[in-house]
Design a protein around this ligand. Structure first.
Ligand SMILES: Cc1cc2nc3c(=O)[nH]c(=O)nc-3n(C[C@H](O)[C@H](O)[C@H](O)COP(=O)(O)OP(=O)(O)OC[C@H]3O[C@@H](n4cnc5c(N)ncnc54)[C@H](O)[C@@H]3O)c2cc1C
Length: 325
């Protein structure tokens, strides 16, 4: 394991200033459940690790007039247990409880979950210099790609592994980014970037920036949501494919819907075309078939992952039928 120094800022301003001024490669550490593995394997080579655990005001869930603010350092278990979450945002609770194991949910944070690095085995192998690590090739493209992207891959075929991200995006969440010049807010959907924008990172965070909190708008009248995660194993596992759906069904017809898939693309993948097909239709298997077929026209499966197309339909069907009153 390489040597690194640790900094422990106490306030968000101190953190922002430290990140802004530091010249060497920096890694933020929240719960450490992902970062420590990366440091141990040498995939993460930071000389300075900034521990977020003592920064005031980054943890906790606050009820605001128009929604729920979730601090980046809120533990995933706390999110699942919060009284408002099962009532107002069932998909968020389902996503939180589907994630890893009770032990990891007790230590892992919401910010760490939303900023975790991909699980691609080529990226995680310290001996392999793939495109994400400054090399010239995506080895998954012609190699072992059973778990890789069927949408949006282009030059790098990772899938974004977070369970919370699709659920939060489908609920219309916004990210608050801490910077030395004050906070910036953006739709969480725009926080994630495709490899064609910058293959070396998965989100917009630039030097000096960190994720401070996410805000979820209060549900509209009649809004329902569901998160369906399809895995290879019965025990803890990352999603092969997941579907987060939020919407309003009025008089038996879908009046509003947002669909975000996990496990299929380098970022949480919005299925806009499927949403358009479903609007005005009853939440039925036939309508979902049509919607999935339309969305899958944009898919480019690799040699080993064509099965994900069937899982897109299966996850979507279960999630869409679950939002029917
Ligand atoms: C065995 C195992 C199973 C898992 N299963 C799942 C699963 O099923 N679903 C799932 O979604 N995840 C899964 N994970 C990943 C796990 O959810 C994450 O490791 C955890 O939520 C990350 O939280 P953390 O606080 O420990 O993050 P850390 O490990 O501390 O950080 C993770 C990454 O996020 C960055 N980071 C952390 N906080 C911030 C911040 N505020 N601003 C900017 N960057 C930040 C760090 O620099 C690091 O790159 C699994 C992990 C393990 C080890």
């Amino acid at each position: 394991m390489r040597e690194f120094r640790i900094a422990e800022p106490r306030t968000a301003d101190e953190l922002a200033a430290l990140l802004n001024e530091t010249r060497e490669p920096v890694a933020l550490m929240a719960g450490g459940t992902d970062l420590i593995d990366e440091l141990k394997s040498g995939v993460e080579k930071a000389g300075l690790v900034v521990d977020l655990r003592k920064v005031e005001g980054l943890a906790g869930i606050a009820r605001e007039k128009d929604g729920l603010r979730i601090g980046a350092m809120t533990r995933v278990a706390e999110l699942a247990e919060d009284a408002a979450v099962p009532r107002d945002f069932p998909s968020l609770r389902q996503a939180a409880l589907s994630l890893a194991t009770p032990q990891l949910r007790n230590v892992g944070t919401v910010g760490g979950n939303l900023c975790q690095r991909p699980r691609c085995w080529y990226y995680r192998d310290p001996q392999v210099v793939c495109r994400k690590k400054g090399g010239f090739n995506c080895f998954a493209y012609q190699g072992r790609n059973k778990y890789h992207a069927i949408f949006g891959g282009d030059s790098c075929f990772i899938v974004y592994p977070s369970d919370l991200a699709p659920a939060l995006i489908s609920l219309g969440a916004k990210a608050a980014i801490g910077t030395a010049k004050g906070d910036q807010a953006m739709p969480l959907e725009q926080f994630y970037i495709l490899p064609e924008v910058d293959v070396t990172r998965e989100n917009t965070l630039a030097k000096g920036q960190f994720l401070k909190s996410v805000w979820v708008p209060a549900p509209k009248a009649g809004q329902r949501s569901a998160y369906v995660k399809l895995k290879e194993r019965g025990t803890w596992d990352f999603a092969l494919v997941s579907a987060a759906v939020s919407g309003v069904v009025k008089d038996g017809l879908i009046a509003e819907i947002a669909i975000v898939m996990g496990g299929v693309a380098p970022i949480p993948w919005r299925l806009k075309k499927a949403e358009d097909v479903l609007l005005g239709k009853p939440p039925s298997e036939a309508a979902v078939r049509q919607a999935a077929d339309e969305a899958l026209k944009d898919a480019s499966p690799l040699r080993e992952n064509g099965y994900k197309a069937d899982l897109v339909f299966a996850a979507l069907k279960e999630a869409v039928l679950a939002i029917a009153p």
